[in-house]
Design a protein around this ligand. Sequence first.
Ligand SMILES: Cc1cc2nc3c(=O)[nH]c(=O)nc-3n(C[C@H](O)[C@H](O)[C@H](O)COP(=O)(O)OP(=O)(O)OC[C@H]3O[C@@H](n4cnc5c(N)ncnc54)[C@H](O)[C@@H]3O)c2cc1C
Ligand code: SF4
Length: 330
Amino acid sequence: MIPFDYAPASDTGSAVATVMARPGAAFLGGGTNLVDHMKLGVASPGLLVDVTRLPLDRIEELPDGGLRIGATVRNSDLAAHPYVRRRYPVLSQALLAGASGQLRNAATTAGNLLQRTRCPYFQDVTTPCNKREPGTGCAAIGGWNRNHAVLGASEHCVAVHPSDMAVAMSALDAVVIVLGEDGERRIPLREFHRLPGSSPELDTVIAHGELVTSVELPPPPAGARSGYRKVRERASFAFALVSVAAVVVTDGARVSDARIAFGGLAHKPWRATQAEEALRGTTATDEAFREAADAELRHAEPLPGNGFKIPMTRNTLAALLRELATEERS
Ligand SMILES: Cc1cc2nc3c(=O)[nH]c(=O)nc-3n(C[C@H](O)[C@H](O)[C@H](O)COP(=O)(O)OP(=O)(O)OC[C@H]3O[C@@H](n4cnc5c(N)ncnc54)[C@H](O)[C@@H]3O)c2cc1C
Ligand code: SF4
């Protein structure tokens, strides 16, 4: 075993200062991802600063009708919260589609956003991987790439982001609040995760030692319906091959607003702005839903093993939109 130090954080400022002062230090949430990586030899932090006792475990309604979710709120508590179930069903459904009951009881909001890819080569230290060890190559390109990216990938990495929750948060226009040495900053979730480019080792735009303190959701648009649909190998306890989060407003048979994000397709939750644009103002028909999917997917570049993700995404988006549009009218 590689030795490491452990320190429970007592306040947010000293948690940030402690991690910033030590290059090999990391924050510890529920540990369901980081501790696994330590066991596999993928991560070896010299110090774990446990943030789970910080007062960041509240879910608060905001005066404008939005919601603030503390960084250490457990995935199960967030999924079950009555306000989330009523106002943000897409978020509750996405959380419940992820992992297992036991894992959701331990996993935190910040840890879920910052979990690392499930690319099997990333988790296998005997194989080349630019994300785990920059400059070594990518075993997935030319290897087993059924689960990998079809949008926004690079010649250096074709991994996908694994979080279901983050896909829903992207469609909800969430904002991540982080605390660093110079105080707080607010990062729209759409800009929080990175595409791989030439530095796939960086998953997000936050710096070493920046602490996620909360995530804020704006109020959902008036009259919106939302939902999450995930396609996976098994009915539970499996990551998404493809997933779709949608927030839709219809006006009679016309789609007046749509916010859509895809999971399982890219290195980050993929906000499908071109599909949204294609949908706004159209009549809610299956044909329009499929055309909207194609507007986004025409940029897709499948790998030899994952071309199936394109029709699967088109069908999943159309099925979810059909369900939401029908709910709206009934
Ligand atoms: C078998 C299995 C199946 C799973 N299936 C799914 C699935 O289908 N869908 C899905 O979405 N997820 C799935 N997961 C992943 C699971 O959701 C994540 O492991 C979990 O959400 C991570 O949260 P955590 O609090 O345990 O994070 P940790 O493991 O504690 O931390 C993860 C990362 O976040 C950092 N971190 C933690 N808190 C903070 C903070 N406040 N500020 C800054 N950095 C922080 C840590 O340093 C670490 O880098 C699965 C996991 C397993 C083991
Ligand atoms: S896809 Fe990314 S994470 Fe997977 S082996 Fe290639 S570089 Fe590593």
